[in-house]
Design a protein around this ligand. Structure first.
Ligand code: HNI
Length: 154
């Protein structure tokens, strides 16, 4: 069972309280901030799971694909579930883990890759406010999330 200090809980809650989901999934002019775009471009093999999502031909196509940004928002809402269940993320994610494993057949290594992209997007949005203390709490949170999402794989 993971222990959280009050400070860690506050730091994680604050990140989410200040996160504009639509903004995180929408690319800005320099494309630095789009979560899914980053994941799909930096790790192109992740595109294989989104065959039904239409045009992913290049960064421009991905950026303008509304199904992709809608999916990014879905993932962020999925993370809400972890924030609301900090003391039992494992059980909160049991069904989601089963879905990614049994139905979607997503290689669980990709959870880490996506979470790295999310860290980069959030750090670049927050700038100097993304302090080492905040990063430490954030990395711990993501580690627990990734572990919980991988739990139903066998
Ligand atoms: Ni993921 C669907 C949450 C990582 C591929 N994913 C979901 C849904 C949530 C979700 C929530 C919607 C479930 C439902 O409809 O009941 N995904 C998360 C979270 C992470 C994650 C919290 C990691 C932090 N998913 C990934 C990764 C991939 C991925 C890394 C592939 C590279 N997810 C999918 C696919 C779907 C999906 C594919 C189904 C999409 C659809 O709409 O058809």
């Amino acid at each position: 069972m993971v222990e959280w200090t009050d400070q860690e809980r506050t730091l994680i809650a604050n990140i989410f309280a200040n996160l504009d989901y639509e903004d995180i999934v929408k690319p800005d002019v320099s494309c630095h901030h789009s979560l899914c775009l980053r994941c799909l471009i930096v790790y192109p093999w992740t595109q294989r799971y989104f065959g039904g999502f239409g045009n992913l031909y290049n960064a421009d196509a991905i950026m303008n694909n509304p199904m992709i940004s809608a999916h990014g928002v879905k993932i962020l809402h999925g993370l809400d579930r972890a924030v609301k269940n900090m003391d039992d993320i494992k059980n909160a994610y049991a069904t989601l883990s089963e879905l990614h494993s049994e139905k979607l057949h997503v290689d669980p290594d990709n959870f880490r890759l996506l979470s790295d992209c999310l860290s980069i997007v959030i750090a670049s949005k927050m700038g100097y406010d993304f302090t080492p203390d905040l990063q430490a709490a954030w990395q711990k949170f993501l580690t627990v999330v990734v572990f919980a999402l991988g739990r139903q794989y066998h």
